[in-house]
Design a protein around this ligand. Structure first.
Ligand code: DGL
Length: 270
């Protein structure tokens, strides 16, 4: 048994796709979430900058005595897996569990990957998929403009900006005849209703936040490190003013978070 909180971080709102599932799977856990809203987006930045931010985000969570860290960020998971592996507590990114779920879902072996520019450049999901089956046909598309859409809360299924943007970014995966799409940036599940409508019911969407939450729950359960309480709480930290974050988080999580959001600055080293 371990009553310490689970730490989850992302550049902004995206990691909430992991938190939402974590809350359902492990209602007794306390969760500390850090959204680096003062420095979002990560996905358009250099590898070195992303790695530095990731190290600072992990330190912020470790200072709050977390027992486990989820990098609920496809970008960090893709460019800093070694940093996560070297932490003093167990830590996971989104790549492996998401690739496994896509492999389990595909029937025709054609898989689409949507991610940030840094994630697609790293080919992290592609490598993980091809390690499972080298015959997969993969179509990978960077969708950097999805991130500010989500951060601004333009996620309604009829949003006049989001709908044509989704249509445009999905042209290649549609033409490739994929039956499975990895939402390889944790921001993208917030756009899932629009993506689902664009692709139709025959295509399975794999939510990287959800798959990673499932893996975390499994690992904590199997190692006997769940907390022994019925109802845990979630605290949110952001690195810029909390208002915008709270508004979109409320739409996505379906309840008010305002009282639980606090502003904090990650300590910058180097
Ligand atoms: N949500 C993050 C990801 O999964 C980062 C998006 C960004 O900040 O560019 O890649």
């Amino acid at each position: 048994m371990d009553s310490r909180p689970i730490g989850v971080f992302d550049s902004g709102l995206g990691g909430l796709s992991a938190v939402r599932h974590l809350r359902d799977l492990l209602p007794g856990e306390n969760i500390i979430y850090f959204g680096d809203t003062g420095r979002v987006p990560y996905g358009t930045r250099s590898r070195d900058t992303i790695r530095r931010y990731a190290a600072e985000d992990c330190r912020l969570l470790l200072e709050r005595d977390v027992k486990y860290i989820i990098a609920a960020c496809g970008t960090v998971s893709s460019v800093a897996p070694d940093l996560l592996a070297a932490l003093p507590v167990p830590a996971i990114g989104v790549v492996e569990s998401t690739a496994k779920a896509a492999a389990a879902a595909t029937v025709n072996g054609r898989i689409g990957i949507l991610g940030t520019a840094a994630t697609i450049r790293s080919a992290s999901f592609e490598k993980a998929l091809l390690a499972i089956d080298p015959n997969y046909r993969i179509t990978a598309t960077p969708c950097p403009l999805f991130v500010p859409l989500v951060e601004n809360g333009w996620i309604d299924v009829d949003d006049p900006v989001a709908v044509p943007m989704v249509h445009r970014y999905l042209t290649a995966v549609k033409a490739a005849g994929v039956d499975t799409i990895i939402l390889g940036c944790t921001h993208f599940p917030l756009l899932a209703p629009i993506i689902r409508r664009e692709m139709g019911d025959g295509v399975t969407l794999i939510d990287s936040g959800c798959e990673t939450a499932t893996l975390c729950a499994e690992q904590l359960r199997n190692s006997g490190r769940l907390a022994d309480r019925d109802r845990g709480e979630t605290r949110f930290y952001v690195s810029d003013q909390p208002e915008g974050f709270s508004q979109v988080a409320e739409i996505f999580l379906g309840h008010s978070v305002e009282q639980a959001v606090e502003m904090v600055q990650p300590e910058q080293k180097g």
